[in-house]
Design a protein around this ligand. Structure first.
Ligand code: ADP
Ligand code: MG
Length: 668
């Protein structure tokens, strides 16, 4: 008796229908998922001409019984699903029974498979959906599927394929990320004569990240560890998909569900221009989901500029019935039963880890990534690419362009140095992507040939490299010794773990930002009354926004009243803002409320107001600071919750670690 069965119509009709084979990478995805479902531990993927000429996947999984080999090419033939009930709780990556027939209808396909239960295997050949041959064959247990000449009989589809290199990049990204989801398995990706990826089993995700991206990458990432949250369900809940809504479930007891998140996210300073480096797996399935993408950006709120994106490798686990995967034919979109719980869990877990680990941005990365990792691109990323382009910031002038009006104001204890050249910091924007391995291979330092290596004289001494901290934490800030300033703008400081450069303006900005929010929470904001009320003329839209955030403005220390049509009179303001800045701050706040934060919570508006106040009141660049002031600044920064980025997401402190210094001086 075979394992594969054709699904009855009433089940087949409930499966999200549609085309799955769009490009070579979708073939690889379906075949790889089948191999994973077959419990394989080793995957060999061979590609020729970006997958147009050849895609071959060999696995060591359970294989198919001889009787099943032909049946697998029937529509809706699957071993993974029996009845409608199974659709509610899908544990396998596949379930539609459509991938093999779809692929076989647009290519020349050969299936070679043997189950360990049988002495011989089967070879099936199909071209353009027509069965050419089916025979018994002597084979090793496992399955090999060879797909040649994709779309040979569908010229229209072939026209839409992109360049060989692009199609290969999609495949490489896909295989790379599946290899990250399964550190305990072997993946080998070959294209033409070259090997793009080869990873052997390791015990942890951390080791797999190291295998795939090289040592430099781990320094750029924060390990999320394992975060868990429980959800108490008092009542039986509604099935998530309409497709199964009519199915009546047994009454349930109150139950507790556990949600788990693990993986890696980048330090806030690793900023990418689009979402191509975000990979989210839910129960082992690579998905693209707006809800989770939003949770991720919320986690970086105030830590990263609005238009920048992190690198993220997230693995979520939950009960199978918490997530409906039967939403979209390619199975990359899902629906969560408890959406907002899921969203907040992911956001809070990531943000919590970012804040606790206080990762310090380093100067240099020395990646030694696998070739496949230099193609951080996938079919999933394309879906949001256009959107990301819309988000992209306008091009900016060169950083640190000298500007005449960059004069220090509100200086407190600081004094101006008239001799110093003046600098103006550019506004926050998404910097060039750093966590990009596109030139990783080219820049990886090559050791000199053995015979040429010079002996280091004994007097230079050895440094015990093992005693160095692996990843610097900003908790070290409070122990730093300030040595002076560069250009009266950046503090240079020495610490046990290396050399630090701290941007004085954004450091102070972070300190003030948290102070303002704390005062607001405690209800003891320092307020100053204005001698003359400030009259502001608003546009109609600004007036609406003003009304929306009026209460919040008041709690932050602004006292403002309507003063005729589209005019408000400001009578008091937070003490931190000088009168000259008040108007700018208010218009800035209205712009935040109007623009990027529209529709989001007042909580975010509050942070926007605090950020604006902090920016105006903070020490500026081009300002000399005495020793006490520098020490105070570092101590206060160390005491903040989040010393790694300013409220607009710019980095505050850069660290040149002892390890990097020693490496640069060739001492290790
Ligand atoms: P689905 O994965 O949705 O079941 P497919 O068309 O992808 O549908 O595959 C049909 C069936 O063929 C699977 O249910 C499985 O039984 C069998 N199969 C496909 N690939 C493999 C493989 N690599 N190893 C073992 N069995 C496989
Ligand atoms: Mg499948």
């Amino acid at each position: 008796m075979g394992r594969i069965r054709v699904l009855p119509d009433q089940v087949a009709n409930k499966i999200a229908a549609g085309e799955v084979v769009e490009r070579p990478a979708s073939v690889v995805k379906e075949l790889l998922e089948n191999s994973l479902d077959a419990q394989a531990t080793s995957f060999r993927i061979e590609i020729e001409t970006g997958g147009r000429r050849l895609i071959r996947i060999t696995d060591d999984g359970c294989g198919m019984l001889r009787d099943d080999a032909m049946l697998a090419f029937e529509r809706h033939a699957t071993s993974k699903l029996r009845d409608v009930k199974d659709l509610q709780s899908i544990a396998t990556l596949g379930f539609r029974g459509e991938a093999l027939p779809s692929i076989a209808s647009v290519s020349r396909l050969v299936l070679e498979t043997r189950s360990a239960e049988e002495a011989t295997g089967a070879r099936v050949e199909i071209a353009g959906g027509k069965m050419l041959r089916s025979e018994e064959a002597a084979l090793a247990p496992g399955t090999t599927i060879t797909v040649r000449d994709l779309f040979f009989n569908v010229p229209a589809r072939k026209k839409f394929l992109r360049s060989e290199q692009t199609e290969l990049a999609h495949i490489a990204s896909l295989v790379t990320h599946y290899s990250l989801a399964h550190p305990d398995k072997t993946f080998r990706l070959l294209s033409g004569a070259g090997e793009l990826l080869h990873v052997t089993p390791v015990a942890t995700l951390r080791e797999r990240v190291f295998q795939v991206f090289g040592s430099g990458a781990l320094d750029e990432l924060v390990d999320l560890g394992v975060c868990e949250k429980q959800l108490l369900l008092p009542r039986p809940s509604v099935p998530p998909s309409e497709a199964i809504a009519e199915f009546q479930r047994e009454p349930e007891e109150a139950s507790t569900k556990v949600f788990r998140l693990s993986g890696f996210v980048s330090r806030p300073q690793v900023q990418k221009a689009n979402r191509n480096s975000i990979f989210i797996f839910v129960n082992g399935r690579l998905i693209r989901d707006r809800l989770l993408l939003h949770a991720l950006s919320s986690a970086y709120y105030n830590l990263m500029p609005h238009a920048a994106f992190p690198f993220a490798l997230l693995f979520l686990e939950c009960d199978y019935d918490e997530v409906d995967v039967n939403v979209h034919p390619s199975k990359t979109e899902v629906r969560f039963r408890h959406q907002s719980f899921f969203h907040d869990f992911v956001r809070d877990a990531i943000r919590g880890r970012l804040i606790v680990s206080r990762p310090a941005p380093a100067f240099a990365v020395s990646p030694s990534a696998q070739p496949a990792a230099q193609m951080p691109y996938s079919e999933f990323s394309q879906m949001v690419e256009n959107e990301a382009l819309l988000d992209a910031p306008p091009s900016e002038p060169a950083p640190f362009a000298p500007q005449a009006e960059a004069v220090a104001e509100g200086a407190g204890a600081a004094e101006m140095d008239p001799a110093a050249p003046e600098f103006h910091l550019r506004p926050p924007r998404a910097p060039e992507p750093r966590f990009d391995f596109s030139d990783a291979i080219a820049v990886a330092p090559q050791p000199p040939p053995a015979g040429l290596r010079l002996r280091v004289p004994e007097t230079h001494g050895e440094f015990p490299a093992e005693s160095l901290p692996a990843t610097a934490s900003l908790s070290a800030l409070s122990d730093l010794r300030p040595l002076g300033q560069i250009h009266n703008s950046f503090i240079i400081a020495a610490g046990r773990d290396g050399l630090w450069i701290i941007d004085q303006h954004v450091a102070h900005e972070r300190i003030l930002f948290e102070k303002v929010l704390k005062q607001r929470a405690a209800g003891n904001v320092e307020v100053q009354r204005l001698l003359m009320p400030l009259i502001l003329q608003l546009t109609a839209e600004q007036q609406i926004e003003f009304a929306r955030i009026a209460d919040e403005l008041e709690s932050m220390g602004f006292e403002a009243e309507p003063f005729g049509n589209r005019t408000v009179a400001v009578k008091a303001a937070p003490a931190a803002i000088g009168p000259a800045d008040l108007e700018k701050v208010l218009f800035e706040v209205l712009e935040i409320a109007e623009g990027e934060l529209r529709g989001v919570s007042l909580d975010d508006v509050r942070r926007g107001i605090a950020a604006s106040i902090a920016c105006r009141a903070a020490i500026k660049v081009n300002m000399r600071l005495d020793q006490n002031k520098m020490e105070w600044l570092l101590r206060s920064l160390a005491a903040t919750d989040c010393p790694m980025s300013c409220p607009h997401g710019r980095p505050i402190a850069l660290q040149y670690s002892m390890r990097e210094i020693l490496r640069a001086f060739h001492r290790i």
